[in-house]
Design a protein around this ligand. Structure first.
Ligand code: F6P
Length: 368
């Protein structure tokens, strides 16, 4: 095999705090430790398909100062799967597997190995490229922290931090106006952001997908608090929460996305029911993408630095077809096949949920 002289790096899927820190770390490790060149591929797999000016040189000055910046200087796309791709050619819309074009562009650019930073959809494509002979390694990315193969993903800590700070700020209005404030947070089908920010923010109720709720249990809890003199409440609701026997609330369908369902709207439903039954005015704050943007926490900067650097180590060890993971406090790796589509959910009976219950947080479950 040709010695690795030049690597490519691309970011796919939704943005997330710490992506730029990963790009910086991978680039610095490649250049400073191994003296290999780094090519950034803009717009994820779309840039890989388009080639040309979407391939940019990443040198030390380009990545300098990136550590605390949000987003990705390489931009991202959560729609472009080159194995099932819609594109324009001579004014005609075409559809099909164009992965060979991406592979050709890598060859043209002299790229010996590719580092792919992304979520499940992006890493599934990475596996498909690996099967076609591309030297590819992965770095997992999601604020949802729902990948079973790795203890924590970068971006999660920042999302929890943002949600916690928001809860702290919203509490002042809840108290001043004797209101219930429902805070809807992201997380897709996993309740990690809601659970962690809810505990950190000392809220009254946490509703997560893993524990379908009975609204009457929540109402009873808040009424009891009211009788004890607490005339305000913060309720954190994960976007994927649902009532017992109910369905998740879908806000939109994004065509061409590997997972087209976008969740959202459960906060309003919960707030409406609580206002009437508890008798306190309610408001809803949907945190949305503020959880993904902006300055990463110190922990996420460190984690991103470790992930980026570990990705280059994987490349140099020629452990292609693998993804960097964090196990305990050690960076390690796992084959794509073992990690894709395997989610990690909150254990409804686990220690962290029990701890939250013991400090009076209600999950709305039937047995409470
Ligand atoms: O997976 C990350 C995430 O932010 C989820 O928490 C959320 O459901 C989804 O992405 C939102 O996606 P979009 O940016 O397409 O609205």
């Amino acid at each position: 095999m040709r010695k690795i002289k030049r690597i490519g790096i691309l970011t796919g899927g939704g943005d997330c705090s710490g992506l730029n820190a990963v790009i910086r770390s991978a680039t610095k490790t490649a250049i400073l430790k191994y003296e290999i060149e780094v090519i950034g591929i803009k717009y994820g797999y779309r840039g890989l398909f388009l080639g040309g000016e979407n391939f940019i040189n990443l040198d030390l000055p380009t990545v300098s100062g990136l550590l605390p910046t949000g987003g990705t200087i390489l931009f991202s796309s959560n729609k472009d799967n080159l194995f099932d791709y819609t594109y324009e050619e001579n004014g005609i819309t075409k559809h099909g597997d164009v992965s060979h074009v991406g592979i050709e562009n890598l060859k043209k650019a002299g790229i010996d190995a590719l580092v792919v930073v992304g979520g499940d959809g992006t890493l599934t494509s990475a596996l498909d490229f690996y099967k076609k002979g591309v030297n590819v390694v992965g770095v997992p990315k999601t604020i949802d922290n729902d990948l079973s193969s790795t203890d924590t993903t970068f971006g999660f800590d920042t999302a929890v931090h943002v949600a916690t700070e928001s809860i702290d700020r919203l509490r002042t209005t809840a108290r001043s106006h004797s209101r219930i404030i429902v805070v809807e947070v992201m997380g897709r089908y996993a309740g990690w952001i809601a659970l962690d920010s809810g505990i950190a923010g000392g809220v009254d109720v946490i509703l997560i997908p893993e524990i379908p709720y009975d609204i009457d249990v929540v109402i009873k809890h808040l009424k009891t608090n009211l009788q004890r003199g607490k005339d305000n409440a913060i309720v954190v609701v994960s976007e994927g929460a649902k009532s017992i026997g109910g369905e998740v609330v879908v806000s939109r369908i994004v065509e061409n996305s590997p997972d087209p369902i976008r969740l959202g709207g459960i906060g309003n439903i919960v707030a409406e029911k609580l206002e009437d039954a508890v008798g306190l005015e309610s408001r809803v704050t949907v945190l949305g993408h503020v959880q993904r943007g902006g300055i990463p926490t110190a922990n996420d900067r460190i984690l991103s630095t470790r992930y980026g650097s570990a990705a280059i180590e994987l490349v140099m060890e020629e452990k292609f077809g693998n993804m960097v993971v964090l196990l305990g406090n050690e960076m390690s790796s796992a084959p794509f096949e073992e990690v894709i589509n395997k989610n990690k959910f909150v254990n409804p009976k686990g220690e962290i949920v029990e701890t939250a219950k013991s400090v009076g947080i209600c999950f709305g479950s039937a047995e409470e």
